[in-house]
Design a protein around this ligand. Structure first.
Ligand code: PEP
Ligand code: MG
Length: 561
């Protein structure tokens, strides 16, 4: 049995289809001076060929899975147009006389190493995209265009790593599941597996050594386990589990189009999705999301090799808004810093990065960067209902300073004659205890609140959300946290403002009655959590929910709700 990370839930049972790792042999010695022009021409041709292939992959994925997924290949095309990336390769050819293939390999390896050294899993996994692009270019330079690795019968794909190109090429009708040796839960492969609804385990090292082509496998995407050549008894047990899961999935699917209304019909709340990329819109809609409650815009900054410009951002936000087809989309302004750094932006090392120069604090010191994003968000607001929120707000002066930049951004668009929604709602995230305690004062300045419980819990409990040793103190249901939440909701409601929550707490079905009882208006969570939370809401009466909240507010043992 192999233990990895469950990247997409469910159980897959079937035969292994091994995707072997392609090996490239590249000469590292400098070429003769007269051959430099030839290598430069090789690069130019390979880039043109790669662009054409990526265009085809884009079209193919667009037809099979929709624009959200096709955008991966648009992003790859953008890397090939990135001046920094391309100049570095050209310099290696021209000045160091490296052959084109080695110049690409070395440049890509530099970027890959930078991404892999990042603390944030999302950044680390962007290295897979650079690897994919480099592999495509080099294959052309070596005259061995990429062979699509594919499935010809139903099977479970087993690979060291899967590139976005690999996953896009897989025939959906044959794909039972994935198991890879590397990768994390936010890799494109994982996102795609979730979108296709197949079980996937990533990061299970050593798989390729023991699994042979055609071996019987069980991939348990919930437990993150891969079982190789299981005995008959195990197989029967998993088949039963698989059937139970399928029945449960059907039961939840039946709720998809129904509103999140309590059992007594007394209250209906909005269920929205947290997404990080246009590629996740389809999964959100498939799970019945009524809107996007948190668009983490940092994805765009993390995917890029330099700060994304206004057009790039406007296109990405616009794609989400259009994809959500009239449903509200809450766009959060850049939340970088803390554990999330950008490889191309100088950020100081700090003793306490989570209490340091992050999110709105950093944006207010970089007003050009901030206004570029504000203009892009405003432009997206012309395409559908957009609500915008500022992260990590601690005091009113920050809201006013941010709004002053918003006013300037609107004026800049007016001067260019560009359309936007002048009535776009503007809110703040409540994730710092100071903001929660002074919520009545903050509420006067905004249209809505969204409680960022991931941070609010860590700051309230003084328990780092990433530190496993004190994980027992990270208690979302601690009365202190719940009392803050109650206060925030009451303060906002008194002024006619709505309150959402977009931290992990909102996606926990066990906490749904408590949050309902406290009066939360909108619950936003990762898409796959939506059905269970909806079921929890639909099966509780408002009276029970109020009671659950009252009890929890007084509970002496919040770590054992
Ligand atoms: C939160 O803090 O709850 C939140 C949603 O933001 P992030 O997890 O990105 O810090
Ligand atoms: Mg946060």
């Amino acid at each position: 049995m192999y233990q990895g990370i469950g990247a997409s839930g469910g159980i897959a049972i079937g035969r292994a289809c091994l995707f072997a790792q392609a090996q490239e042999t590249i000469c590292q010695a400098p070429v003769a001076p007269q051959d430099v022009a030839r290598e430069q021409a090789l690069l130019t041709r390979a880039v043109a060929q790669a662009q054409e292939e990526l265009g085809q992959l884009y079209e193919q994925t667009l037809r099979a899975l929709g624009r959200e997924h096709a955008m991966v290949f648009e992003a790859h095309q953008m890397v090939l147009q990135d001046p920094l990336f391309m100049e570095e390769i050209t310099r290696a050819i021209q000045e160091e006389r490296l052959c084109a293939a080695y110049a690409v390999r070395r440049t890509a390896d530099g970027y890959i190493a930078q991404f892999e050294a990042m603390d944030d899993a999302y950044f680390r996994e962007r290295s897979a995209d650079i690897r994919d692009i480099a592999h495509r270019l080099i294959a052309h330079m070596l005259g061995q265009p990429l062979q699509a690795r594919t499935l010809e019968a139903p099977g479970i794909v087993v690979a060291h790593d899967l590139t976005p190109s690999d996953t896009a090429n897989l025939p959906k009708q044959y794909l039972l599941g994935f198991a890879t040796e590397v990768g994390g839960a936010t890799a494109h492969t994982a996102i795609l597996a979730r979108a296709m609804g197949v079980a996937a385990v990533v990061g299970a090292s050593g798989l390729m050594e023991t699994i042979a082509q055609g071996d019987m496998l069980i991939v348990d995407g919930d437990a993150g386990q891969v079982l190789v050549r299981p005995d008959a008894e195990t197989l029967a047990a998993y088949r039963q589990k698989q059937q139970r899961q399928q029945a449960r999935r059907k039961e939840l699917e039946a709720l998809r189009a129904l509103p999140a209304t309590t059992a007594c019909g007394a209250r209906t709340v909005e269920l929205a999705a947290n997404i990080g990329a246009p590629g996740e819109v389809a999964a959100a809609l498939a799970q019945g999301a009524q809107g996007v409650g948190l668009l983490r815009t940092e994805f765009l900054y993390m995917d890029a090799l330099q700060l994304p410009d206004e057009d790039t951002q406007a296109a990405a936000y616009g794609a989400v808004v259009q994809g959500m087809a009239g449903r509200p989309v809450v766009i959060r302004t850049l939340d970088i810093g803390g554990d999330k750094k950008l490889p191309y932006l100088a950020m100081p090392d700090e003793a306490n990065p989570f209490m340091g120069w992050r999110a709105i604090r950093m944006c207010l010191d970089n007003t050009e960067l901030f206004r570029t994003q504000l203009r892009a968000i405003l432009r997206a607001s012309a395409l559908g209902p957009v609500r915008m929120m500022y992260p990590m707000i601690s005091c009113v002066s920050e809201v006013r300073a941010a709004n002053a930049e918003l006013t300037r951004a609107r004026a800049e668009l007016d001067a260019r004659g560009v359309a936007y929604d002048p009535a776009m709602q503007v809110g703040v995230m409540i994730e710092i205890p100071a903001a929660a305690v002074a919520a009545d004062i903050l509420a006067r300045e905004v249209d809505f609140f969204s409680i960022g419980s991931n941070d609010l819990v860590q700051y309230t409990m003084a328990a780092d959300r990433m530190n496993e040793r004190i994980a027992h103190l990270y208690q979302p249901a601690h009365p202190a946290v719940l009392r803050l939440i109650r206060y925030v909701i009451d303060a906002a409601h008194q002024q006619g403002k709505w309150v959402g929550m977009c931290g992990e707490m909102a996606g926990d079905p066990a906490l749904a009655p408590i949050l309902l009882g406290l009066g939360l208006d909108e619950f936003s969570m990762s898409p796959q959590r939506l059905p269970e939370v909806k079921q929890a809401i639909r099966s509780v009466r408002m009276q029970q929910a109020a009671l659950a909240a009252e009890e929890a507010l007084q509970c002496p043992l919040a770590d054992k709700p």
